[in-house]
Design a protein around this ligand. Structure first.
Ligand code: URA
Length: 187
């Protein structure tokens, strides 16, 4: 593990650890505040993110930003990253070997940010971080404490684009995050 952002960011440049390296335009490392108490973890970059090198700038990201605005959550207070840093072809789910190859980068990001709360966006984030035994439908909206960090799984914002009813859950879950952060005195 690297002790500084400079070392970590240098180590990921030109990463060739998995086959996603071949199709990428940009490595999508993260966005937001490196001192954040709240971190969000998504799945992997889509086409817009690959082009811009920033997570959640496409349709799903814009929808998530709307939820942040509605709940007066300042995106600049958050740190946002993904399970894989390079775009899977045709936006398919990252494969196990790709997620595994990328996991040390994410672990290192968590180690350096030291978040108190991690919001897991969707099934891929949930299963890769907390374990395959978890299912997003039953786990969402419930706090899970693991090694001193509070995790809240919720729907992936792209799922809200396909199913309007999930928006209500997503809003509720972000509200839970804000309330918990206020309770902990970190908001
Ligand atoms: N979906 C993700 O999981 N991450 C992004 O950065 C964008 C879309």
């Amino acid at each position: 593990m690297y002790q500084t952002w400079e070392e970590l960011e240098r180590s990921i440049k030109n990463c060739q650890k998995c086959k996603l390296a071949q199709g990428r335009t940009n490595i999508v490392f993260a966005d937001g505040n490196k001192q954040a108490d709240i971190m969000l973890i998504g799945e992997g970059p889509g086409a817009d993110e690959d082009r811009m090198g920033v997570p959640f700038v496409g349709k799903a990201g814009k929808l998530m930003n709307m939820a942040f605005q509605a709940l007066e959550i300042n995106r600049e207070k958050l740190y946002i990253a993904n399970i894989v840093k390079c775009r899977p072809p045709n936006n398919r789910n990252p494969e196990a070997d790709e997620a595994m190859a990328c996991m040390d980068y994410l672990r290192n990001q968590v180690l350096l940010v030291k978040p108190k709360i991690i919001v897991l966006l969707g099934s891929v984030a949930l299963k890769n971080i907390l374990g395959k035994e978890y299912g997003i439908t039953s786990a969402r909206g419930k706090w899970i404490e693991h090694k001193g960090i509070l995790y809240l799984p919720t729907w992936h914002p792209a799922a809200l684009l396909r199913d309007d009813t999930k928006k209500i859950d997503f809003w509720k879950d972000l509200k839970l995050v804000k309330e918990k952060a206020q309770e902990m005195g970190i908001w």
